[in-house]
Design a protein around this ligand. Sequence first.
Ligand code: ZN
Length: 172
Amino acid sequence: MTESLPIIQLGDRTLRHKAAWVENVHDARIQQLIDDLITTATKANGVGIAAPQVAESVRLFIVASHPNARYPNAPEMIPTAMINPKIVAHSNEVVKDWEGCLSVPGIRGLVPRYQAIAVEYTDRNGNLQKQELTDFVARIFQHEYDHLDGVVFVDRLESNLDMVTEEEYQKM
Ligand code: ZN
């Protein structure tokens, strides 16, 4: 059984903690957490979710890009658990684009991110994966990676003028 977990919001201090390394990917609690995070992200129309967002302070997140009501132009991919992820290289090019966060409801911000990154992570079967990610999926990775270090997208805005409400965003 998988369940949709409650998502903690900006102001909850757990969101600001540096998350702990996952020692054993095969641990039944980690496997259950992965399933529950995928269910939680899907139900909330999220394209990614990090374990600290459900108050589990471990270095694991889901990238689940797919077109939905919140991100109509997102590329389609199978929800992927990324455990103990690292950014090993990145482009010089930085691009600004709109982001939201399930832990910061009702707000969107223009966030600068690397256009391309080379990443490594352990998958849910315990295998080391190496990938190059670009554009929207690279953005999701960087957003979720920040959650593992207690960083939220609003911390990365260059100006408060780059922050708008969801209602105003939908008018654009
Ligand atoms: Zn987020």
